[in-house]
Design a protein. Structure first.
Ligand SMILES: Cc1cc2nc3c(=O)[nH]c(=O)nc-3n(C[C@H](O)[C@H](O)[C@H](O)COP(=O)(O)OP(=O)(O)OC[C@H]3O[C@@H](n4cnc5c(N)ncnc54)[C@H](O)[C@@H]3O)c2cc1C
Length: 488
């Protein structure tokens, strides 16, 4: 960006651990340039057996921005947000001084650093608490909640479970995706979950929790995994087992092979996601595409009307409307490309599931205002690989081959237009039917007009006062960061 300076912190990756209580109480001072995966690797090497880390789903994400926006991970219902683990920060202020802020020293600055986003100073080090588990075993599972006869009752019960008891007794729901109806089944919400402990205990905990009492169905358990450390599980198996359909590309990029246990889950997903009439199954396309645009909103429990509107979005255009497009191999019209867009990216995803320890913190106790929301709900279409040239310009024409071996020709620009149209349809389904909605700062949505309210809600005025106190001349300002208050 013209007129801005970027400070590169990526070499600040030191990790200094302090253990107390026989290694069960672990804290770490970490360089603010460290990525989630490097931090986990350091904890594994230097920490005790059973060490865990509050990281997100993707290893390349830096802890600096992750904590500043809040930081959601699969362990959040148990321990809170990433920033809830932060005990202190070392910050370079706009006047050049270096201070250490915590709950007692510079408490406003410390408050802002948990969800307020960047713009108050340059954080050089974080002091974080690190959970340690006596039992490193995790059992992961997938449950589903069908919308039989168009009823959203079972899905509503899943939402109520999150609000009432996610994270309780070691049982955590971590993510979900809405699958549109197929000829042989109704729409279903597919939710991943995990239990801290072995499978037998997981079954008991699930039965005792009432998770499946109102129409939920157990789909599958991942094969039991017993790793020497919880942390190891986090970066290797955990991502593959818990987020199969989300992390497949990443796993491959990391050089992992796709083992049989993960394949079994993936096959189930493909089976459920495959729809007759689709040009190419969206599940398969995750092998070779990447997100280019998204729309994510922090949502509370969705009303039946909102859920039905999202289901209608997933069915638009209908298979009947796409029958003509599916029968040709040269896709030329806007409708052809809308059908292709739907076939490639039809997901509605609860990217992380909150509740539990996240919701237990009052909304104004930190700058992160979405404590009572259930999840970021996302529609994230992505262009197939091979649609851009080396300069990043869209190619005039591209090909895509279905699993059945049929090659379709399409126009990438028309596909972009179709994705944008579908994002707007997603927004029209969700927003009018969900009055209490917000946006997660770390899933930035540049098209937002009221971004201040959407990112920070009623915490925004306090953030502005802190900005004025610590950065009165706006040295650390850039678009979509907390603004200085208007001088009267
Ligand atoms: C592939 C992918 C997966 C993701 N998965 C998750 C997830 O599972 N959970 C989740 O909560 N989020 C997730 N995110 C969102 C992620 O939290 C944000 O993109 C976050 O901003 C990343 O932080 P960064 O430091 O890597 O990014 P950067 O772009 O380097 O930083 C983001 C902002 O914070 C500022 N900043 C960074 N470090 C500092 C510092 N030390 N001091 C002051 N300002 C600083 C930067 O100036 C910038 O404005 C994901 C993002 C990606 C790309």
């Amino acid at each position: 960006m013209d007129g801005y300076v970027t400070i590169d912190l990526s070499n600040m990756t030191q990790v200094n651990l302090t253990m107390a209580n026989g290694g069960r109480q672990l804290t770490a001072w970490t360089g603010a340039g460290i990525t989630n995966s490097l931090l986990v690797a350091e904890l594994l090497t230097k920490g005790p057996k059973g060490v865990a880390s509050l990281s997100g789903s993707c290893p390349s994400v830096g802890t600096g921005g992750f904590y500043l926006g809040g930081g959601m991970g699969n362990l959040s219902p148990l321990y809170g947000l990433g920033c809830d683990q932060v005990l202190a920060i070392e910050v370079v202020l706009a006047d050049g001084s270096v201070v250490t802020a915590d709950a007692e020293h510079y408490p406003d600055l410390f408050w802002a650093s948990c969800g307020g986003g960047p713009g108050f100073g340059v954080i050089t080090q974080y002091k974080v608490k690190v959970p340690v588990h006596d039992d490193p075993r995790i059992t992961s599972f997938i449950v589903f909640f069908p919308a039989d006869g168009g009823s959203t009752y079972a899905i509503s019960s899943w939402q109520k479970f999150i609000a009432a008891q996610n994270g309780r007794n070691g049982l955590v729901l971590t993510g979900a995706t809405l699958l549109p109806a197929a000829p042989d089944r109704p729409p279903v919400l597919l939710s991943s979950g995990m239990f801290l402990g072995p499978k037998e205990a997981a079954i008991k905990a699930i039965n005792a929790s009432g998770l499946l009492d109102e129409g939920g169905v157990m789909l599958d358990f991942a094969p039991p995994v017993e790793f020497p450390t919880f942390g190891h599980f986090m970066i290797d198996e955990y991502m593959r087992l818990m987020n199969d359909w989300n992390s497949q590309i990443l796993v491959e990029e990391l050089g992992h092979t796709w083992d049989r246990s993960s394949q079994a889950h993936f096959d189930l997903f493909v089976k459920l996601a495959l729809q007759p009439g689709s040009l190419v199954s969206s599940a398969e396309n995750r092998f070779w595409r990447w997100f280019v645009m998204n729309a994510c909103y922090m949502v509370p429990e969705l009303s039946p009307t909102a859920l039905k509107a999202l289901m209608a979005f997933q069915n638009s255009p209908t298979d009947a409307e796409c029958a003509g497009s599916a029968s040709k191999t040269n896709l030329t019209t806007a409708t052809d490309h809308l059908c292709l867009a739907k076939a490639l990216s039809n997901q509605v995803t609860w990217n992380h599931i909150l509740g539990g320890a996240v919701a237990a913190v009052p909304t104004n106790a930190t700058a992160f205002p979405h404590r009572k929301m259930l999840s970021p709900l996302c529609h994230e279409p992505g262009m197939p690989y091979g649609t851009y040239d080396r300069k990043g310009e869209l190619l005039p024409s591209a090909n895509i081959t279905s699993s059945g071996g049929i090659t379709y020709t399409y126009t990438p620009q028309l596909l972009v237009d179709a994705f944008i149209k579908r994002i707007q349809q997603f927004q029209r389904a969700l927003l009018p039917n969900t009055p209490e909605i917000g946006t997660y700062y770390n899933y930035i949505l540049p098209s937002l007009e009221d971004w201040q309210r959407s990112y920070w809600g009623s915490n925004y005025p306090r953030l502005q006062r802190i900005k004025a106190a610590y950065d009165p001349n706006g040295l650390f300002s850039k678009p979509f960061t907390v603004e200085l208050p208007v001088r009267k």
